[in-house]
Design a protein. Structure first.
Length: 128
């Protein structure tokens, strides 16, 4: 069953993508679109969302929706970036090593937790 696959592979991402698909669908319909062609997301690594699982969830949620037929999902993963509370240095790091490479101070995250719909490309019929 497809729902068993979803549960095992991407529950977190399914929740995220449900919100994205709902928001995209509403915005596209309000603009007079007849179909969604492409959705571009920016997703911070610190959200712990897995890119492949986001694509999987998008496919599962849109495969029976004619409004999304053939729609492409582009995911831009945003690496964590922090500013050191001690020395002010701004540095990129992974999920596990947040201490300042300059002084060992504790960093405050300034990028890497975002979840944004950057753009939506749609088909809008020409007015007659």
């Amino acid at each position: 069953s497809p729902f068993f696959r979803i549960e095992r592979k991407a529950m977190h991402e399914l929740g995220i993508m449900t919100g994205v698909v709902d928001s995209v669908s509403q915005a596209a319909r309000e603009s007079g679109a007849t179909r969604v062609l492409k959705v571009t997301l920016s997703v911070g690594v610190m959200t712990e969302a897995i890119e492949d699982a986001l694509h999987f969830a998008f496919e599962v949620l849109t495969e029976q929706e004619p409004f999304f037929k053939g729609a492409e999902l582009v995911v831009n993963m945003i690496e964590p970036k922090s500013r050191c509370a001690e020395c002010g240095k701004v540095y990129v790091h992974d999920r596990f090593h947040m201490l300042c490479p300059e002084c060992g101070g504790i960093g405050r995250l300034i990028e890497g937790r975002e979840m944004r719909i950057e753009s939506i490309e749609v088909d809008i019929p020409d007015p007659e």
